[in-house]
Design a protein around this ligand. Sequence first.
Ligand code: SIN
Length: 289
Amino acid sequence: MSATAHLPQIARIASIPSAVSYETITATPSSPHIGAEIGNIDLTRSLTNQQVTELHDAFTRYQVIFFRDQKISFEDQIRLAGYFGRLGKHVGKSSISKTTGNEHVRKFHYDETSKQISGENFHSDQSCAPIPPLGSMLYNHTVPPDGGGDTMFASMYAAYDALSDRMKKYLEGLTATHDGTRVFGPDTPISVHPVITRHPVTGRKVIFINQDFTSHINELPRLEGQRVLAFLIDHCDKPEWTCRFRWTPHSIAFWDNRCTHHKAVWDYWPNVRSGYRVQVEGAEPPMAG
Ligand code: SIN
């Protein structure tokens, strides 16, 4: 048995270099492995190059960044997302979130008439697409009065790091099918991606499967594949590498869809939670880790 087998699982995880001090913004980590709240910025205005550089660094480092007290318009949200890439479009043919007058902005509104909300299982967005989104940005202007409606985020870097060396080796080279019809119905993409991917910016390895879209692991016999997938789904979203964002009115969460999972908690019915989401297009298909 290797010496590391006796260490707590958490000891395997490469820590995020969290003690950064930026020139223009502040970043307060939300947990040891994922998330930071960004301060000292006004998102209703255009940003300077330095602000954009620092936001890019924070987004990459913390995997999901949060902003509070930002009364933004569609234009402000689109401008902010545009600093990270081209705006994308949802690939779902039928989804719970709704279109708006702007082709890039979707409405995420839930109230006493809602039968379901989007994203109740941990997932990455639209992993069924040949090139899944780089990131998604959700703005909530209205949140439940008594709390609730948090979004949880999990670090897929930490989930990968925490695997045993034997499991890492076993998963190397495997691919999985991500079937959009499971979530969004007929005529939605079905794509094959590596089970272990490499983040294009950090070069770090990521577990890239999720409960919503991943139907099976392609190279394994059916039962073995089902059990391995079930293990990974369980493992990916352990509380040890999650953070939980408690929304306040006019706050924003912007997550890196290439290395995180997220889950919306629906504990606030019949209260209202309402906002808008945009997504940034990915630049390339997920590459093997
Ligand atoms: C989602 O994007 O899947 C939903 C996130 C949320 O509403 O908190």
